[in-house]
Design a protein. Sequence first.
Length: 245
Amino acid sequence: MRLRLAAFLIPVTLFVFLHLSAPAVLSSGVWQALTTASWDIQDHAAQKGMPGGPGIVVGNEIPYQPWALERKQQNYAQRTALDPVARCYLPGIPRLMYIPFPFQIVQTPNEIAMLFEFVHAVRFVFMSGAHPPGPIDWWMGDSRGRWEGDTLVVDAVHFNDRTWFDNAGNFHSEALHLVERYTMLGPDHIQYDVRIEDPKVFTRPWDMSLVLYRRKERNAQLYDYECYAFDYEKYYPYPQLRSPQ
């Protein structure tokens, strides 16, 4: 009983200490979203190859312009072939935050690094300076952070138009602008909220919200997932997988 109590109190005490006696931090560690949003950010029933689940869109409505809604429906009809993630492209932001793969957070005084298992993607949130002049065509955009109390606020711009929000065909243009908010709810949970603005595609800004969970396994770590490499294994197999000569 004492060991269990100590195991509970140590991370809680550390969390309280960091928030009362030190500058704001986004706790390091391995994190993962436990949501089906990468398949569909809106409420959805299960289908073959896709688990059902609640959406993460606040209000469950995406305010598409009429032409964009038609484009979304076309994307959905061809999602197996057109989803950028299925083609092993970078998922972009915000999808990379809730794709069903873990990621690691590392914080320094000048930047916060996010290291993702999916295709070894790396994201930097710079804590000083302004966005470089654009437009710039980047898969991950340019992220600039600041602290508002204990909440990390990240402003992200300079995206390309080649990523989707999910496998259901929800999309954006290169005018995408994100304002993300990361708030520690405790030592093992981060509240993640993001506002989406894109006047070329949507009629108004809209929001998504979810919780990120710390991976608590003793050996929690990032593994290799070089998505595109699996298509080349038949041409360049690993030595230990080759047939004996």
